[in-house]
Design a binder for this molecule. Sequence first.
Ligand SMILES: C[S@@+](CC[C@H](N)C(=O)[O-])C[C@H]1O[C@@H](n2cnc3c(N)ncnc32)[C@H](O)[C@@H]1O
Length: 208
Amino acid sequence: MIKITTDGTTTLYSDCFKTYYHSIFGARQESERVFMELGLDFAFEHFAEIRILEMGFGTGLNALLASERAVLNSKKVNYTGLEAFPISKEEVSELNFNVLPFHEATWGLTTAINPFFDFRKINTGLEDFQLNEKFNLVFYDAFAPSAQPELWTAEIFQHLASFLDSGAVLTTYCSKVYVQKNLKAAGFRIEKHAGPYRKREVLRAILS
Ligand SMILES: C[S@@+](CC[C@H](N)C(=O)[O-])C[C@H]1O[C@@H](n2cnc3c(N)ncnc32)[C@H](O)[C@@H]1O
């Protein structure tokens, strides 16, 4: 089910998980603050080559904004989005941002969205994900712990860390104390940052 959020961008409601895909106080604002400013802009400053792993590709909004930012900054970005439950073509057509190229891309293959942005989506659950590649930036955009507690445990973060370089950065909108504790248990150092509208705190975590 489609919903227009406070900043005018659309999000979806998941009947299955009984939650929204983004903050209803601004889908784009949330993505800009949590994943672009705290994640991608930080990576532009610190890494020569950027390899992003997104947990929860969903509508494709994060991928779209990252592809635009890669062009604006003239920086090469490789992007891999994991998605266990892809949205339907009808849902894609209801969104008021253009993510069609990402949804039309073939699962498992790399597509050049623009000269600075190579994109790949993989149809898998994070818990089953295996790949002989390492990433240095994670957009951790799972549904909230109240909907999917199994995606916020120390074990899942340890599994995730096995795909990351030392010094890799993870950003997420969820700052619950036990999420911080579980990230620390998996080897991440936690930074708290001001969130987008109506959200006091969000996290950036750096893998030791
Ligand atoms: C908060 S939404 C992601 C929003 C998305 N980043 C966007 O920009 O639209 C969470 C996503 O995680 C997906 N998901 C749920 N369980 C998963 C799992 N075990 N592994 C990978 N993806 C999962 C959901 O289907 C949903 O698309």
